[in-house]
Design a binder for this molecule. Structure first.
Ligand code: ADP
Length: 626
């Protein structure tokens, strides 16, 4: 009998547990990856065939995890150490030697021992010489001369005898003898960290200088030799670095030189240093489109490109995997207590909510992992031996994105200044809804004003929203014409999105724009206790939009009581319980329903007649009032 038996058998996909401590976590990293079956497949193939991979997708979906897993999967190979040696013929061209892993340390140790021995015999020689000179000086009564001679000898030794340590090679890449292939994350590296560098030497001469080979530092590409080099957000690398990366990929070796032009290191250039790594380049679609075209083509030509999933189907198997995910995160964190079934079920609910799609679970697992950790921290704070549902519920309040917090602050502020109107009726003003960032909504009022046009009618909208407004007005112009019989070419339509800031999603405002324009044209007031979101077809069908849950929550927070959403989004709605009593949701399929609900006409009959005009010639049944 397990604690999870009290829940619906399917909820945890058949997994039975008291706490997540009972679950078995697969030992290899690749088996821990969840919801990325395609990418896992590709990584397995790429590892056996030694191919490069490009991963495209949102942050926190497991890209670097997969890259690390690939390094574990690479066929076993002899790892190598890389050493730099002084070059007696050309100081500025250090020699590179490659030896089996583990040998590097021994070689350096042997050289150091040798140097120490030589230094001590040199010191003995020096001591005998000094005693001798001072002795002779004392006997002959020329002590002052003797001291001067000793000082000269000291200086000569410093300047002309080579320093013993100058001959000791430097280990720049070191591996353990039986280690697996290295995984190196080169994300955001500057050129030196990526390609290797030679440090500046402030002395450069006079016996105080550090020899060139001793100032050489390996780059990420060299440390990834025979392993995996992972670079996220590829486009943030300078173009010249990307070019060098391409050379390194093609040649399998890359000399190290000082990266800073003004440094003495820039004069040094080693022999080519091996760097046969597999490249995993990652980023969102934008990153890929802005990366060096030759580099991209090289990776594509000798490897795979994969698109990372953002959601997975809500099936018992996938739910079982998410249960294991909670166990994995708790184990990896190591500081938080395991989860009981109630807490896991709340995490599953949140995974569903965050997917924003019906029948799906999110695979943006880094963020979900964040929630797992915050809830665990709360359990610790309380001294609880397990994490329970109330910890997860409180954690959701704390672990919110910055956008969500800003959105709250914004709602509070606009309320202070009466910018948010949530009661009464107004002509030409509609409460629309928008998504900010990934997981925050905001109320976005839209106002429209119609004036007779001096010339050809225009749509006048301001700022960033110009195109969106124009597009949506074009889309709804047929409907407006049918509804009001007005030819919109004879009027100027001014549309304003009030108090917007960046990140407003475009198309989901078209229902709102249409309602605002029709209200302004017809002089019919709009209910302000209603908010709406939806995209609109030219025939008046209300089409699905994204982020419906967050939009509804934002409206609820702002004090709006009724929210019109596309019928097809109804199954995506997964609002937090505390909001569910605050709002009623009206799903619609046609613009007529929106207008009927939101507008408050004086002459109801004439209004109904006009509504019928919209659907005229269309084979749609007369909709009942929602
Ligand atoms: P990305 O590189 O795509 O930004 P990471 O691989 O760095 O994301 O993911 C960060 C953490 O989130 C991982 O260490 C892991 O704990 C968790 N995680 C992300 N995606 C997955 C996944 N698909 N399966 C299991 N855990 C994941």
């Amino acid at each position: 009998m397990y604690a999870s038996d009290g829940y619906d058998a399917d909820l945890f996909g058949g997994v039975r547990f008291d706490t997540t401590a009972d679950l078995v976590i697969p030992p290899s990293l690749i088996d821990q990856v969840i919801g990325q079956e395609h990418a896992v497949d590709v990584i397995r193939k790429a590892a056996t065939q030694r191919r490069h991979v490009m991963m495209i997708g949102s942050p926190g979906t497991g890209k670097s995890m997969l890259a690390k897993a690939m390094s574990e999967l690479l066929p076993k190979e002899e790892m190598q150490d890389i050493l730099t040696y002084p070059n007696p013929e050309d100081n500025n061209n250090p020699i590179i030697r490659v030896v089996p892993a583990g040998r590097g340390k021994e070689i350096v140790a042997a050289h150091k021992e040798e140097a120490r021995k030589r230094a001590s015999s040199k010191n003995t020689m020096l001591l005998i010489l000094v005693i001798g000179i001072l002795g002779i000086a004392l006997i002959s009564g020329q002590l002052l001369m003797g001291i001067v001679a000793v000082a000269f000898i000291f200086m000569a030794f410093r300047s002309f005898m080579p320093k013993e340590t100058a001959m000791v090679p430097k280990l720049i890449v070191s591996n353990k003898p039986d280690s697996t292939a290295p995984f190196v994350d080169g994300t955001g590296s500057h050129a030196g960290a990526l390609l290797g560098d030679v440090r500046h030497d402030p002395f450069q001469s006079g016996g105080l200088e550090t020899p060139a080979h001793d100032r050489v530092e390996a780059g990420a590409i060299h440390r990834a030799h025979k392993g995996v080099l992972f670079i996220d957000e590829m486009n943030t690398l300078e173009l010249s670095s990307q070019q060098s990366l391409l050379t390194a990929l093609q040649e399998g070796e890359f000399p190290i030189t000082g990266q800073s032009e003004r440094s003495s290191g820039a004069m040094v250039r080693t022999e080519p240093v091996p760097c046969r790594f597999l490249m995993i380049a990652a980023g969102n679609l934008d990153a890929v489109q802005h990366m060096h075209p030759a580099l991209r083509s090289r990776i594509r030509g000798y490897g795979y490109e994969v698109y990372m999933s953002e959601t997975m189907n809500d099936t018992p198997e996938n739910r079982a995997k998410l249960v294991r995910f909670v166990a994995q995160e708790v184990k990896n964190d190591g500081k938080i207590p395991h989860y009981d079934p109630s807490a896991v079920s709340e995490i599953l609910r949140e995974a569903k909510r965050r997917s924003g799609r019906k029948g799906h679970l999110t695979v943006k697992l880094r963020d979900l992992g964040g929630l797992v950790r915050v809830a665990g921290d709360l359990a610790i704070q309380e001294g609880s031996p397990v994490t329970s549902v109330h910890h997860v519920v409180s954690a959701k309040q704390i672990a919110r994105s910055v956008e969500d917090q800003i959105s709250d602050e914004y709602i509070r502020r606009t309320r202070d200044y009466d910018l948010t109107i949530v009661s009464g009726n107004l002509v030409g003003r509609v409460n629309g809804l928008a998504v900010v960032g990934n997981d925050a909504g905001s109320v976005l009022p839209i106002t429209a004003e119609v004036t007779p046009s001096q010339g050809a009618g225009m749509v006048i909208a301001t700022g960033l929203l110009k195109e969106i407004a124009q597009e949506s007005i074009k889309n709804v112009s047929a409907l407006i014409k049918k509804f009001s019989g007005t030819d919109i070419r004879k009027v100027d339509i001014h549309v304003q999105f009030i108090g917007t800031y960046n990140g407003v999603e475009g198309d989901s405002a078209s229902v709102t724009v249409a309602t605002a324009v029709i209200s302004a044209l017809e002089d019919i007031p709009v209910r302000q206790d209603v908010a709406m979101t939806g995209s609109l077809s030219v025939r008046g069908d209300v089409l699905p939009i994204g982020g419906v849950t967050y939009k509804i929550e934002a409206a609820a927070k702002a004090g709006i009581r009724t929210i019109i959403i596309p019928q097809s989004n109804l199954a995506d709605v997964l609002i937090e319980e505390r909001y569910s009593d605050m709002v009623s949701i009206i799903p619609v399929t046609r613009i007529e329903e929106v207008l009927r609900y939101a507008l408050v006409p004086e002459d109801k009959e004439a209004f109904e007649q006009k509504l019928l005009q919209i659907g005229k010639h269309m084979d749609i049944p007369k909709m009942p009032m929602p």
